[in-house]
Design a protein around this ligand. Structure first.
Ligand SMILES: CCCCCCCC/C=C\C=C\CC(=O)SCCNC(=O)CCNC(=O)[C@H](O)C(C)(C)COP(=O)(O)OP(=O)(O)OC[C@H]1O[C@@H](n2cnc3c(N)ncnc32)[C@H](O)[C@@H]1OP(=O)(O)O
Length: 695
């Protein structure tokens, strides 16, 4: 249509200028992402159309409203002038779906805004607001009112003016005094952050080509690199992740009720507990423009918490400087701190974020149930505790729901929303809407120990520790998983989170500590293999980064640079001697498979139990809360790419070698999917007899 329209305009002498706009207040979100897997759409080459726009003898003006993304922005770059609405956003987000801007965008953008800014936009895929676009010179004008009228005005004004200087393909790339050095440094940075993710590196190469070759050759290079990405498999993983994130918004009750959201005019939120989690939650709420009251049990804790929240908010405000939105946190109507429980009467929603202790949480929920107004929703921030037990302390279990935030809560996007036996659909819908308002990805899951994310994490970490018992080292295990794409491996992660957290939980479960029955075997609990290694480290005060020693050693208590620790190596070999474990060499394949396949196996068990609605939900949780590498699409998607028969065969092999490890025993659901012929991921749930989960 664009091509036809342009040709018609060119041929019609009564047409003096052309304006391109979108429908319904949106310029364009770019190509239909689903189309990248369809051979039909791939035949549509956008580059030549962009060139056609640029070569028009009549001025072409883009009127950008809403968004101009990907192919949409490339179309605008072909235009001679760009007018944007002040609220519009622009970007080349192809990298986030595993591609690069393949319609000449990697060649035009650096010519327009310079290499550093273009590289930043193209390798990160970030969307920038119109105000920033104006500063960069990406648009010529921004308007508050009618963009289309403004674009027509500009088109009329420029009729007859020479178009050569406005054709980006004819412009040279602006020079930098130190282009070579700049590019080298940028490439190192991109590589370091990408960890096996191809698209950022290839985006870099395409922009580099713009600095080294004439336009037409740069375009050829862009096309070659685009083809590499298209067939890499990573693009499919990222495009799956894009739609998975949107699929988790859809959920239904067994009765078929599907409330997408509840609209509320204003919420007064109460955050209870101002520890690390509470501080992050309050910061996120303020950022979402939701009025908050932060409550602590005494003035000392309150003042400490207030100070920490203010530091976080100042930092956030700084980041937002120059943007359209301002953080309003000095206004008591938006944020107040109190120790007065009477304020509970007026709040619409409470997020309790106290210490992870059932007795304490029940006491608080009992109090909340008595004080809060009848409609108030009561949320508990917990990573593993039973929502039904917490709800049992109230007279309104239908309004009790789990909201598992991830640390740091003002940064991490994931919010696990856990419904209990009595939680009402409207409570779930409200929590989902809250997640959206907080710009988080809410995923609704059922109530079980560890919910989804942590429950899948337990067997992963368990395997990592068993591998140490058998002969490996923390740094070897971490290296394999970091090479796979995780930002940090399980031992660095454990040191960061604090080993004492798990120790406390194991003591609570009677797996270690004073409540462990006398005469218990050192490496067995309840008939299953158990490794006391993490407990032994904790008994020696090695809690990780906070104490300067854990699975690694650090430069000081609170230090962040992990160095392999000879003490740990000696300790492990002594441990193996004590327990007569023969040290063996464990290769990378075994490390990877035992850690990942045990996690995936638990995912299949979770699906079969109806704890999550589908594999996409598990993947979204792992991508947004556990640092699973995006270009691998999430654990369940990864399993589908490995092939379920292979995952099953490997689990069977490891399970036979370790019969006392139940988490390596293949789940019945995985076996079923293999038996029906390696069903594709989107059909998995149809093989469960209970298709609608507990939800
Ligand atoms: C003039 C352009 C011509 C294009 C010609 C095609 C030929 C190929 C040649 C060139 C190739 C170009 C490369 C690209 O353009 S790749 C695509 C680049 N664009 C993106 O990555 C944008 C992705 N979308 C978003 O960032 C957001 O969705 C946004 C547009 C900002 C809207 O956000 P929000 O308001 O929060 O809404 P949702 O995200 O929930 O989206 C609403 C529904 O729309 C679906 N959606 C959105 N964008 C796309 C897309 N590009 N392709 C397919 N579907 C898209 C999204 O899935 C939601 O639907 P549902 O709820 O059913 O899942």
């Amino acid at each position: 249509a664009l091509e036809d329209g342009l040709k018609k305009a060119d041929a019609d002498p009564s047409v003096k200028a052309v304006m391109i706009c979108g429908e319904n207040g949106k310029f364009s979100a770019g190509a239909d992402i689903r189309g990248f897997s369809s051979p039909k759409t791939l035949g549509v080459a956008l580059g030549p159309i962009v060139s056609l726009i640029e070569s028009s003898e009549k001025p072409v003006v883009a009127a950008i409203e809403g968004v101009a993304l990907g192919g949409g922005l490339e179309v605008a770059l072909g235009c001679h002038y760009r007018v944007a609405h002040a609220k519009a956003r622009m970007g080349l987000p192809e990298v986030t779906i595993g591609l690069l801007p393949g319609a000449e965008g990697t060649q035009r953008l650096p010519r327009l805004i310079g290499v550093p800014a273009a590289l930043d936009m193209i390798t990160t895929g970030k969307h920038i607001p119109a105000t920033e676009a104006l500063k960069l010179g990406l648009v010529d004008e921004i308007v508050e009112e009618n963009t289309i009228e403004a674009a027509i005005r500009l088109a009329n004004k420029v009729i007859g003016q020479p178009l050569g200087p406005r054709r980006l393909s004819l412009k040279p790339v602006p020079k930098l005094p130190n282009m070579e050095a700049f590019l080298q440094e940028a490439q190192v940075k991109v590589k370091r952050q990408a960890r096996g993710f191809l698209a950022p590196e290839l985006c870099f190469q395409a922009v580099q080509a713009a600095t080294q070759r004439p336009f037409a050759e740069g375009v050829r290079r862009e096309r070659e690199l685009f083809q590499v990405l298209l067939s890499s498999g990573q693009a499919q993983a990222l495009q799956y992740a894009f739609f998975a994130e949107r699929a988790v918004h859809r959920w239904a009750t067994p009765g078929g009720i599907n409330l997408l959201f509840i609209i509320f005019d204003s919420i007064l939120l109460l955050s209870l507990g101002l520890g690390t989690m509470g501080q992050g939650i309050v910061t996120s709420l303020v950022k979402a423009n939701i009025p908050v009251v932060a409550l602590e049990q005494n003035l000392e804790y309150l003042n400490k918490g207030r100070k920490a929240v203010m530091v976080l908010l100042e930092r956030e405000a700084k980041k937002m400087e120059g943007g359209a939105q301002k953080l309003d946190f000095h206004n008591p109507a938006r944020l107040q701190f109190t120790v007065d429980f009477n304020l509970l009467h007026d709040v619409d929603l409470v997020i309790e974020a106290v210490f992870e202790n059932m007795a304490l949480k029940k006491e608080i929920f009992h109090k909340l149930s008595n004080i809060c107004k009848p409609g108030a929703l009561l949320c508990t921030n917990t990573s593993a505790l039973d929502i039904d037990e917490i709800a049992s302390a109230t007279s309104r279990p239908q309004q009790v729901i789990g909201t598992h935030f991830f640390s740091p809560a003002h940064v991490m996007r994931l919010l696990e929303i856990i419904y209990g036996r009595h939680t009402s659909p409207s409570a779930i819908a409200t929590a989902m809407q809250l997640a959206k308002d907080m710009k988080k990805v809410g995923v609704v899951v059922g109530n079980c120990f560890g919910f989804v994310g942590n429950r899948m994490m337990f067997p992963y970490v368990e395997q990592a520790v068993f591998l140490l018992e058998e002969g490996s080292r923390p740094e070897a295990v971490d290296q394999v998983l970091e090479d796979f794409g995780f930002k940090i491996g399980p031992f660095r992660m454990s040191d960061l989170a604090g080993l004492d957290v798990g120790w406390r939980s194991r003591k609570g479960q009677g797996l270690t500590g004073p409540s462990l029955p006398a005469g218990s075997s050192a490496r067995q609990r309840r008939g299953q293999r158990y490794s006391p290694l993490p407990d032994l480290l904790c008994e020696r005060g090695r809690f990780g980064q906070k104490t300067g020693k854990g699975w690694y050693q650090y430069e000081r208590a609170g230090g962040r640079t992990a160095t392999p620790d000879p003490w740990i190596h000696g300790f492990l070999s002594q441990y193996r001697d004590t327990h007569r474990i023969e040290t063996r060499y464990i290769d990378q394949e075994e490390i990877l498979e035992r850690c990942l396949f045990s996690l995936i196996n638990e995912g299949f068990a979770i699906l079969a139990e109806g704890i999550a609605s589908g594999p996409e939900h598990l993947d979204v949780i792992y991508l947004n809360g556990y640092g699973w590498p995006k270009h691998r699409g999430g654990p369940m998607f990864y399993a589908s790419t490995v092939g379920l028969p292979r995952v099953l065969a490997k689990l069977q092999k490891y399970s036979e070698a370790h019969p006392d490890v139940p988490k390596l025993r293949p789940s019945a659901f995985l076996k079923k999917l293999v038996a029906v012929g390696n069903a594709p991921l989107k059909e998995w749930m149809s093989y469960l007899s209970r298709q609608s989960p507990k939800l």
